[in-house]
Write a protein that binds this ligand. Structure first.
Ligand code: ADP
Ligand code: MG
Length: 703
């Protein structure tokens, strides 16, 4: 029997929770902390010192030697710089571990080495990290020891956000303020805050570490840049929800334990569609914490994999020909007195507040589809969005039959008299219960789907931070709420005004609703007729940030300044160019040092045996044909490699980030595909023993 695991005991054992603060802080300090967490404002210097000491004592009791301001620069991952709690020893050489309120609140990492999109020149290095009191500090334990991690925001000397957290927090305040205006219109005066809640489902691949280490492409690019398809893919649909193999099960168990200790509510686990692909979903929580926790999920997935001789691939498309990975961002808004604004109830047609919220969200998504699309863009996701496995690159909203019917009634008559109900599901088996059906079926192909009491934004890439997506959602919905509230607060007859407004918003933005098959070709044509944008790539998506309407939106709510938006657009281009450049260089390297030498060696042997066979009186017809085919492919490889090197060099030399990113997208990416094709063809011809890297079949089927 295995040891009994006490989840209640280990949960959040590595987190400096509110509960621990209550135990360890004087009552007045604790109250102050709680107030700042809920209502904002600043902690006094004295209280900050008290909190810092309590936090340090707890950390040291748990083995910590260092602390770090943990932040999320525009690289999309997290950053940390460790400082030991050690101080000057006293005259007698005693060491006293210390940590002050000042150190808790403010850090000064060098800002010049993080992407800033022109905001920071290398000579202007100052940047600050600032404690985010709303996300709890935690302990990270690895080979470096135990480190106290303090979630922080990261800003430049001049106050511009250089990270993903600052704008997210700003957007949460904006949507809270505007949503409060909406609920007050309906008489909810008790609410003081509206919180965006987020649950992010995380997909990932696991491969054997030994094999991973033999593939430069997986190491440098996180995805395979070559690889002929295995004889079997995912066509039997036998992996999705399939029995979890022992090795993977042991990994998942370990992963859950680590996450629970960090206060992450790892809840659901299952095998995904592609071989070697899996998913983990935690329970939803406040957007800011959900973003931090998703970073911890990704980090822990990678760390735990190492212990099991595995490597976790978070790339959106690690293997061609089978599904890639995404992240479903489930999002809703709730008041602090317990109302989920996205809960339609049993009879949505009578729930005017819900219908208003829904109309505002449809308006927001329709007006800012381009921004939402940018928020889910990253280099890896270009392989998914618009390909036949993930939502299309076109943003549309799935409402389901019940809401769709209500919306149609409202558009036609301004009134909705009825709501379709789910009814009973009869199984036809007497020993099985008849069950209550949901009023609406699901749709797997929609990028933005209503799922009961939340929206599920399904476009985000698996390796990406969910911060941009939620910042954008909060911002665009805040704007729609604001416009609606401006109109309705001044209305003489609220009832009539709200009906008119709902009808108007729905009619104007009906085009964004689509309940059909988002993967189909017909939808692409239909979406074009409706005028919906189809933004196919990351480089094309970035311009959305700096359109007039985007600048107006983000500035209005103090989420981004124009300068910050320009910097983010530039960072998108820079990261794109750098990533593709790495991929291209990796391909060139593998071709020159691995594939070509291996093929030459093999064809050399083949040539020798042809000569030997002929000398012995045979014809060697098969061998000779084989050799010719290999030779011809090898020539193609050489030509394609030269062409890739050339476009790569031209693109590298470009100085304007946007022009450069477009060059990488339009010139380098196709040249990479041209190089891949003959190499993959060779893989199917050359002796398996002679092939220099593990094949797809070994990577995804033999985990
Ligand atoms: P589904 O099967 O609809 O995807 P799940 O229950 O599996 O639903 O939930 C998926 C994710 O959505 C989980 O992280 C879950 O906690 C989260 N979630 C559920 N309800 C909400 C909500 N009201 N707001 C935000 N996220 C939610
Ligand atoms: Mg889901």
């Amino acid at each position: 029997m295995s040891e009994v695991l006490n989840v209640e005991e280990i949960f959040a054992s590595k987190v400096f929770t509110l509960g621990k603060m209550r135990e360890r802080l004087p009552k007045t300090t604790f109250k102050e902390v709680q107030r700042v967490m809920e209502k904002g404002g600043e902690l006094s210097k004295e209280s900050a010192d008290v909190v810092a000491k309590a936090m340090k004592d707890w950390a040291v009791e748990n083995g910590a030697t260092h602390y770090t301001h943990w932040f999320q620069p525009l690289t999309g991952i997290t950053a940390e710089k460790h400082d030991a709690f050690v101080t000057h020893p006293d005259a007698e050489g005693h060491m006293i571990m210390e940590f002050s309120g000042k150190e808790l609140i403010k850090g000064e990492p060098d800002a010049s080495s993080f992407p800033s999109g022109g905001l920071r020149a290398t000579f202007e290095a100052r940047g600050y990290t600032v404690w985010d009191i709303t996300s709890p500090a935690f302990l990270k334990e690895d080979a470096t020891g135990v480190i106290l991690c303090i979630p922080t925001a990261f800003c430049s000397y001049t106050g511009e956000a250089l990270d993903k957290k600052t704008p997210l927090l700003r957007s949460m305040e904006a949507v809270s303020q505007q949503a409060l205006r909406i609920v007050r219109l309906f008489g909810n005066t008790g609410a003081t805050r509206v919180t965006a809640s987020v649950g992010a489902e995380q997909e990932y691949f696991l491969v054997d570490r030994e094999k991973y280490l033999r593939r430069e492409d997986l190491i440098f690019a996180g995805r395979s840049l070559f690889g002929a398809p295995a004889p079997k893919g995912q066509e039997l649909e036998d992996h999705y929800f399939g029995t979890i193999r022992e090795r993977i099960g042991a990994y998942m168990k370990d992963l859950n334990i680590e996450l629970w200790k960090l206060g992450v509510t790892a809840k659901t686990q299952h095998n995904e569609v592609a071989p070697a692909q899996h998913e983990l979903a935690p329970i939803y929580e406040t957007a800011n914490i959900a973003v931090d926790h998703n970073q911890l999920v990704m980090e822990t997935m990678k760390k735990v994999a190492g212990r099991h001789g595995l490597t976790c691939l978070l790339h959106e498309k690690p293997f061609a020909g089978v599904n890639g990975s995404g992240k479903h961002d489930n999002w809703s808004l709730s008041t602090d007195n317990g109302v989920n604004l996205l809960d339609p109830g049993r009879t949505p047609n009578e729930n005017i507040q819900f219908l208003l919220v829904l109309a505002c969200i449809l308006k927001a998504v329709d007006e800012h589809a381009d921004l939402l699309r940018w928020s889910a863009a990253d280099v890896g996701n270009d392989h998914r969005l618009g390909a036949d496995e993930a939502p299309p690159a076109i943003i549309s909203v799935f409402l389901g039959s019940q809401l769709d019917d209500v919306v149609s009634q409202l558009i036609e008559t301004g009134q909705a008299a009825r709501s379709v109900q789910g009814g009973k599901l009869r199984t036809g088996v007497s020993t099985l219960n008849d069950i209550e059906k949901d009023a609406t079926d699901r749709n797997r192909t929609s990028p933005f789907a209503f799922t009961g009491n939340k929206f599920e934004f399904r476009m985000v890439g698996s390796s990406d931070s969910i911060a941009d997506a939620n910042t954008t959602l909060n911002a665009i919905v805040a704007e729609a709420f604001c416009e609606a509230a401006d109109e309705l607060e001044g209305a003489e007859n609220f009832e009539m005004a709200v009906h008119d407004l709902i009808k108007r918003y729905l009619s104007e933005h009906e085009r964004i609703i689509f309940n059909g098959d988002g993967y189909s070709e017909e939808w692409k044509a239909e979406a074009a007729r409706r005028g919906l944008p189809n933004i196919r790539s990351t480089v094309e998506s970035a311009a959305a940030l700096t359109t007039e309407k985007s600048v107006e939106l983000f500035q209005k709510f103090g989420i981004f300044t124009k300068t910050e938006l320009e910097s983010r657009e530039e960072v998108t281009y820079e990261l794109y160019s750098k990533s593709i450049n790495i991929e291209a260089l990796t391909m060139i390297d593998m071709v020159k040092k691995q594939y070509v030498p291996a093929v030459m060696k093999y064809s050399g042997q083949l040539a020798k045996s042809i000569l030997a066979i002929r000398e012995a009186g045979g014809r060697a017809a098969v061998e000779a044909a084989h050799l010719r085919e290999i030779e011809s492919l090898l020539e193609k490889v050489e030509r394609a490699r030269e062409a890739l090197e050339k476009v790569c060099a031209t693109s590298q030399a470009m100085t304007d980030p946007k022009t450069q990113a477009f060059a990488f997208h339009e010139k380098v990416v196709p040249a990479m595909e041209k190089l891949r094709a003959p190499v993959d063809a060779l893989e199917t011809l050359v002796d398996k023993e002679a092939w220099p890297v593990p094949a797809y079949s070994e990577l995804i089927f033999e985990v």
